[in-house]
Design a protein around this ligand. Structure first.
Ligand SMILES: Nc1ncnc2c1ncn2[C@@H]1O[C@H](COP(=O)(O)OP(=O)(O)OP(=O)(O)O)[C@@H](O)[C@H]1O
Ligand SMILES: [Mg+2]
Length: 226
């Protein structure tokens, strides 16, 4: 599904150059559940944002199902993200002024389809993560675990092929973190490809492959025996 070839990402600010990604080669097969670990600042979020096309590499190639994404303009990339990707963040990133239901519906931006179909999809996504009873609540009226489940509903409402999760359990207690991992595991079992950044070795063990990063490079890749 994904091929990263010699990806580099450099940031230049105030004459200082930071190399966030030094030289990344990575293949992700459809249906994989991949965990990314490594110390703070090693480039995990930059790698995830590159996979999500919200950050552009300074050099290298990114092929998605054989298509070179560097060839797409911003509008085509936005459509690609909306059709193929779902994002989950450590800080949930829900819109405070919108209800849960309206937040989830944002995941269908750029999507065609009539009102009835949209409502059915939103209802199914909220049901899937057990948040339907909070549909009309605003994010600040929810617990952290509920907010993250709403954010997952937003990520999956368009049935994306690839789910990108950046420390999805980082702000949650053990029990809510375990719930989020259960949801991700069952989404993966149903066919979604998942790439997840985590600082939790236990959560990395739930993934089927783990890569470790250091200073903008992948230093190991270990598949879990099934
Ligand atoms: N917009 C930016 N401008 C300049 N440098 C940046 C920018 N974003 C990230 N960096 C630098 O790139 C490097 C990698 O950052 P990144 O956010 O990918 O790390 P991370 O592995 O996700 O860390 P953490 O575990 O703390 O989230 C860091 O040295 C960071 O300071
Ligand atoms: Mg990060």
């Amino acid at each position: 599904m994904i091929q990263l070839q010699s990806i580099q990402r450099r940031y230049v600010s105030d004459e200082v150059e930071t190399t966030a990604l030094a030289d990344i080669d990575l293949d992700v097969r459809a249906g994989e559940f991949l965990a990314i670990m490594g110390p703070s600042g090693c480039g995990k979020s930059t790698l995830l944002n590159t996979l999500g096309t919200v950050d552009r590499p300074s050099a290298g190639r990114y092929l998605f199902n054989g298509r070179d994404l560097a060839q797409l303009d911003e509008a085509a990339l936005a459509r690609f993200r909306s059709e193929s990707l779902g994002f989950v963040f450590q800080s949930f990133n829900l819109i405070d002024e919108l209800t849960v239901q309206e937040n989830v519906e944002l995941g269908l931006a750029y999507r065609r389809g009539g009102g009835g179909d949209r409502r059915a999809r939103v209802a199914a996504a909220m049901d899937r993560v057990g948040i339907s009873h909070r549909a009309r609540h605003f994010p600040h009226q929810l617990s952290g675990g509920q907010q993250q489940r709403a954010a997952i509903a937003r990520a999956i409402v368009g049935a994306p092929e690839l789910i990108l999760a950046d420390e999805p359990t980082g702000n949650l207690d053990t029990e809510n973190g375990a719930q989020v991992m259960d949801i991700l595991t069952s989404l993966n079992a149903e066919g979604a490809t998942i790439v997840m950044v985590t600082h939790s070795p236990a959560h990395a063990d739930i993934a089927r492959r783990r890569i470790d990063m250091l200073d903008g490079r992948i230093v190991s890749s270990v598949a879990r025996a099934l």
